[in-house]
Design a protein around this ligand. Structure first.
Ligand SMILES: [Zn+2]
Length: 335
């Protein structure tokens, strides 16, 4: 399970704050308990002293330590009993002087050896959810909220089905895809006119995949390229692009609506190519068809997308696209 740098940094910061809060609460309670029963402070001091003397004894090899250790143990037990008696008598709530760390599994460090502890994983999941919620367009993006109404039920002979049936197939596919997502899953290209649910469906995938514990970054093409440009013109650190490279699933929405410069073409090629090489999954939505993609971004990118991405067509009343799809299906059937 890989989280992006942004999510991990925030999750670690929260764990640190939780530790500090717990520590501060303990100090506060201890101060109040000492004020209430000053004898407690003396007992704690004495307990520290017996512990230190016992530790020192362990390094003395020349004398018989057994008797002295037993005596210290007894002294320690007496002090602890008295401490407990005072706490009970003062009627302090249970756990009032609990000084254990926020997580006992990892002592509040977030790691057990090199493995991430469940406590930090949970914080990562929460931060990933929060991060996506701030990026996704409406907050309603769930497969169950997907409406079929904009897709005509009319049968298209060219397609062999209605646009609605085609869309139902797309929806089923995306749902299964998101539920079963594993890093390295095949990349997708959503192609279709504006207003046909591409953004909504890609956001549904983002949410579901993130809930499955994978790192997801969602960005419009405009935002993505302006972030790359900021690095190129040294307005931002290269580090700021790390999430786009590292995430398990990158969703690029609305490709083709940005101002397409030579720089944008190069950046897109870099993103598409490097993610393919590193077996990282990308979902791109665009209102361009294959021909437009080739004209705008060049043959290299178009062939990368067509060769390695699964293309899903989004169709409304847009008859122009039908022939293209038909041709494509025939081509796929032949392969
Ligand atoms: Zn932990």
């Amino acid at each position: 399970m890989a989280y992006t740098n942004t999510v991990l940094t925030r999750a670690r910061a929260r764990l640190r704050q939780d530790n500090e809060r717990k520590r501060a609460e303990y100090e506060d309670h201890l101060g109040k308990a000492y004020a209430l029963r000053p004898r407690l402070r003396e007992i704690d001091r004495a307990l520290r002293s017996t512990t230190a003397r016992a530790a020192a004894l362990l390094f003395q090899h020349d004398t018989d330590r057994t008797a002295e250790l037993a005596r210290l143990r007894e002294e320690n037990q007496k002090l602890q009993d008295e401490r407990q008696w005072i706490l009970d008598e003062a009627e302090l709530p249970d756990g009032y002087l609990d000084d254990s760390p926020v997580c006992t599994l990892c002592s509040g460090t977030g790691y057990i050896g090199s493995r991430m502890c469940e406590c930090l994983q949970e914080l990562c999941r929460q931060e990933q959810k929060r991060e996506l919620a701030s990026l996704l367009p409406t907050g309603r993006e769930r497969f169950d909220n997907f409406s079929m109404e904009v897709y005509p039920e009319r049968f298209y002979p060219e397609l062999g089905m209605s646009a609605r049936t085609l869309m139902q197939k797309n929806l089923n596919y995306c749902k299964k895809y998101a539920m079963e997502f594993q890093p390295g899953a095949r990349s997708l290209l959503f192609s279709g006119a504006t207003g046909l649910g591409k953004t909504f469906l890609s956001a549904c995938i983002a949410r579901q995949v993130a809930e499955g514990g994978h790192s997801v970054v969602y960005a419009t093409a405009g935002k993505l390229f302006s972030d790359y440009e900021a690095v190129k013109f040294e307005r931002a650190e290269p580090e700021s692009l790390r999430d786009y490279r590292d995430c398990d699933l990158l969703i690029i929405d609305d490709l083709g609506t940005e101002m397409t410069t030579e720089f944008v073409k190069a950046a897109l090629y870099e993103i598409v190519n490097s993610r393919l090489l590193e077996r990282k999954t990308t979902v791109i939505s665009t209102n361009l068809n294959e021909q437009d993609l080739e004209e705008r971004y060049g043959g290299q990118i178009a062939s990368r997308l067509q060769g390695s991405y699964r293309v899903l067509y989004f169709l409304g009343d847009d008859i122009r696209r039908l022939r293209k799809i038909k041709q494509n299906e025939e081509r796929t059937a032949r392969v």
